[in-house]
Structure formats: structure tokens, C-alpha cells
Design a protein around this ligand. Structure first.
Ligand code: GLN
Length: 245
């Protein structure tokens, strides 16, 4: 059987810093190398996805200026996006994108951007920028992983209610530099501060998201063909080696 997957890339022109677009390249290549027919559609503010058509939603990072340009538009699409995640679609949101999927983001200038409310979290700008390489431990479907990435944000994100962190910080700042948490996971949706891009050097995370996306399309687990991850593992090793403990 030939498998197929559909990815919606939200605001690719506005929300794309630190090569966040590389995450899409990693997703696409890991599908193609396995013979999975993958389609990526890009959505600028004037286009709205047919939510049920997509298995995976991607939202990259952006500075306050870009976030302001998309916040209202994204909030208006919030019910569709949340509905898709509730139906089992996978999602990855990086940094500024992650912040906008929470309850709100309050900037240093006192402006409050209403979020989508998909994630039980809110973000307030802190006094200093949290910059550097990050290692975070997490468990995805019972598999223990060390995620490696790079962060640069002043926003401090705090989880609320039942909000579950994606991981625990080993090195770096993570959500807020206070409670040792990094990112959030809700169903098959992940928000994280890790740029880099993240997925090329964390192939297990990429495959977790692809597995969840295929589950959404086919309603059952699809076993992913193992790939030769020599280069990906080397990229991960180098990223971890750059971290200052
Ligand atoms: N503007 C946000 C902050 O600084 C997000 C930055 C980003 O996406 N790197 O907190």
C-alpha cells in the first residue's frame, strides 16, 4: 500500500527564523525516503486550510513584530486548528508560534496578543533574552529522548491547568528559566522553544510526529521503515557538544 500524508505550513513567510523551514524539509525527506507520498501546502493569512484535509500543521518562530502580524488572523482560525488537533492531527509550533497557540502573549511593551488557547499555557515577556543551546530530556510513547536545539526568546511561558511539558531541561532555559520545563505536549501537538532547525537533528521526534500524522490519516499505526540516521545522529552529537553546562 502506498501511504500519503498532507502537511499544512501556516504563515511560512512571516513565521520562519533560524531556518525553521528546515523542519519541513526534514519531514518531507523522511517521508520520501520511505516512499510516502507527501504534500505540503502553504497558508498565508488570506488562505484558510480545509482543516480535515491535513494530518500535520506546522507553525515556525517569529519575533514580536511578525507575531503581531499573524496573531489576530491565527486566533480567528483557532477553532479550526484546535478541532483538527482534537481529531488527532499532529502539530509542531516553534517559539513565537508556540506562544501564539497558548492563552496569550504579553510583550515587554505591555501589548497582549490573544492566543488560540490550544495549549494550556501563557507567555509574558521577561527582562532578559534567553539565548543559547538547549538539551532537554523527554519521553515520547515511552521512548526516552534527548532533544537538542537552540533558543532565543524573551517570552517566559508558564503551563497552566493540565498542561504537560514536552521535556525537562538538562541545559539551557526552556519555557521560563525557572521551573525546568521545556515546551508542551497535548495529544499529538507539540510546542517548543527549540529552533535550529529542530527536526533534522532530532530524527526520533520527526518520526514521532510522522507516526502520529499517519495514524490520523489511516486510523491505525503505520510502521515506519527504519532509515540510516548516521548524519542526523552526528548533527545531534555536535549540537549537544556545543552546550555549556
Ligand atoms: N518574540 C518572541 C520572544 O522573544 C518569540 C521569539 C522567537 O520566535 N524566537 O519571546
Amino acid at each position: 500500500m502506498n501511504f500519503e500524508l498532507r502537511i499544512a505550513h501556516l504563515y511560512p513567510d512571516l513565521m520562519n527564523i533560524y531556518a525553521d523551514r528546515g523542519n519541513i524539509i526534514a519531514l518531507v525527506n523522511r517521508c520520501r525516503w520511505r516512499g510516502i507520498d507527501v504534500h505540503v501546502d502553504e497558508f498565508s493569512p488570506d488562505r484558510t486550510p480545509a482543516w480535515d484535509d491535513y494530518d500535520f500543521f506546522y507553525l515556525g518562530g517569529g519575533q514580536d513584530r511578525e507575531q503581531q502580524l499573524v496573531a489576530e488572523n491565527l486566533a480567528a482560525k483557532g477553532a479550526g486548528l484546535t478541532g483538527a488537533v482534537e481529531q488527532g492531527a499532529a502539530l509542531l509550533a516553534i517559539c513565537g508560534g508556540y506562544q501564539l497557540l497558548g492563552q496569550y502573549y504579553r510583550t515587554a511593551g505591555g501589548l497582549t496578543m490573544e492566543g488560540v488557547g490550544l495549549f494550556q499555557a501563557y507567555t509574558v515577556a521577561g527582562q532578559r533574552r534567553l539565548i543559547g543551546n538547549v538539551v532537554a530530556r523527554c519521553s515520547l510513547d515511552g521512548v526516552l529522548l534527548e532533544l537538542a536545539g537552540f533558543e532565543n526568546h524573551s517570552g517566559k511561558t508558564f503551563l497552566t491547568g493540565d498542561g504537560q511539558p514536552l521535556g525537562r531541561i538538562v541545559a539551557g532555559f526552556g519555557n521560563n528559566a525557572e521551573d525546568g520545563t521545556e515546551g508542551i505536549i497535548y495529544k499529538s501537538a507539540i510546542g517548543t522553544y527549540l529552533h535550529g532547525p529542530l527536526l533534522p537533528k532530532n530524527p526520533e521526534l520527526t518520526d514521532f510526529l510522522l507516526g502520529r500524522s499517519l495514524m490520523h490519516r489511516y486510523g491505525k499505526e503505520v510502521v515506519l521503515t527504519p532509515l540510516d540516521d548516521c548524519l542526523e545522529k552526528e548533527a545531534h552529537r555536535v549540537a549537544v557538544a556545543q552546550v555549556r553546562y
